[in-house]
Design a binder for this molecule. Structure first.
Ligand code: ZN
Length: 112
């Protein structure tokens, strides 16, 4: 088995995604960062956790802040920009023979 192969994800940075399960079920957010290897994504406004910060240097703020924690990408579904519903992603070749992502519902291409 080739362990060094790049793991591909159906979500990409900048995608609008919908959460399928968990405490943020049915919520939507935009993907900020992606770790394909860990199969996790950072989504704005999703999977917020409270972090207790202690001021470590003079001038630092201490207190409780809410930050987004990475969420597993298999809990995410891409929201189609054309039909505005969470959908599965298909792969097709476009006229330039480049693989593109398409919406399984309306068959139209995603922006990237
Ligand atoms: Zn669509």
């Amino acid at each position: 088995m080739n362990k060094t192969r790049i793991l591909k994800s159906h979500v990409k940075i900048g995608d609008m995604v919908c959460v399928l399960s968990g405490k943020d079920k049915k919520k939507r957010g935009r993907v900020i960062a992606l770790s394909a290897r860990a199969k996790k994504a950072l989504v704005s406004g999703i999977n917020k956790v409270k972090k207790h910060l202690k001021a470590r240097r003079i001038g630092d703020d201490s207190g409780i802040v809410e930050v987004e924690a990475p969420i597993r990408t298999d809990k995410l579904q891409v929201v189609c920009p054309h039909c505005d519903v969470p959908t599965r992603v298909g792969h097709e070749l476009n006229e330039k023979n480049v693989k593109v992502r398409v919406c399984k519902k309306c068959k139209r291409q995603f922006a990237k």
